[in-house]
Design a protein around this ligand. Sequence first.
Ligand code: SOE
Length: 389
Amino acid sequence: MNTNKRLGMGLVGPGFIAAHHLDAVRRLGDVDVIAIAGSSDDSARRKAKELKVARSYGRYQDLVQDPAVDVIHNTTPNHLHFAVTMAALGAGKHVISDKPLAMTVEEARQLRDAAVKAGVAHVVTFNYRGNPLVQHARAMIARAEIGAPTFVQGHYLQDWMTDPHVYSWRSDPDKGGASSALGDIGSHWCDLAEHVAGLRIQSVLADLTTVVPVRYSGGESAEAFAQTVAGGGIRHEIHSEDLATVLLRFENGAKGCFTAAQVLPGHKNDLRLEVNGRAASLQWRQEHQNELWLGHAARPSELIVKDPSILAGDARRFAHLPAGHQESWSDAFFNVIADAYDWVREGGAPAAKPAPTATFDDGYRSHRVIDAILKSHAAGGAWQTVANP
Ligand code: SOE
């Protein structure tokens, strides 16, 4: 591929996250936002106007055939991920997909296989990997600076689904899949834990809860983090989890545990990951993402503050501002998109994949982890091995 050529991007499924995909792509400077596709001509046109995109399509099938589009961003609700991504791969486009990759393990496997066969760049937006201090923690662990990990713990907690009058497609198994909170945010935590600790989750023991078993809507799905609660008398019985507690066993013998929930008041986007090693501990919190806690047993613990001059490798290039200037959620998201486009410019060659980039293979793995968690709970809380491909 001519690496100087301007690239064209198209996006399917404009919701909360779509605006951030567009922002990140516009910030690259050498990629043109060509078009977006929505569920109808009208809604796509309206959204395109709002997001200042020149072209709109009422059918994603037309967007993926647009010759000006090199890369498709798939930000649709989960039940559309498979069809949209398959169509994009069929048209030979590079694909950047939101997580979860698909609705089921089997669909995810098919997407991974199709992407590898198509020979294009295939990226899943596990966007927390894009934070400089996440990469710093990963590098410290890889260099054995905290010793062998013995415990990997944390949580991903939100509160935007606390009110029963918030009804999202995520709670509808036909649109969101078998899992709700786990698929949406537990998937981020597990991916980040494995990425940072450099260890794979081998087996899980889960206890899942539906704290809000009945929700109400006016027929529409609430946008994530919507500040106003839509009124409406349509009653929905909810069976998928909004609270999950999970014990973990890692491949090196390390243990772990995490909680994922979207109904815990006061927790906005509270992702915390802690890796305890034999020599020291590391803790990163998304809501305080410019700091990394380094815990010691026999001397005072330290707080590493983001400072490009002390960061190495991927961590260094992910920091855009000097020390004391805060990096943000959207900077980390940008880093993930920027790496994805570097890979696109290399034609998606496997050897050119940037190290922090999560691929469809990682998306497929994430499905297998979540599937094992669901099976563990269904078996009454029994240890369940994560399936190998
Ligand atoms: C809503 O829970 C959401 O937008 C997730 O879908 C994202 O993946 C997460 O990064 C923020 O919260």
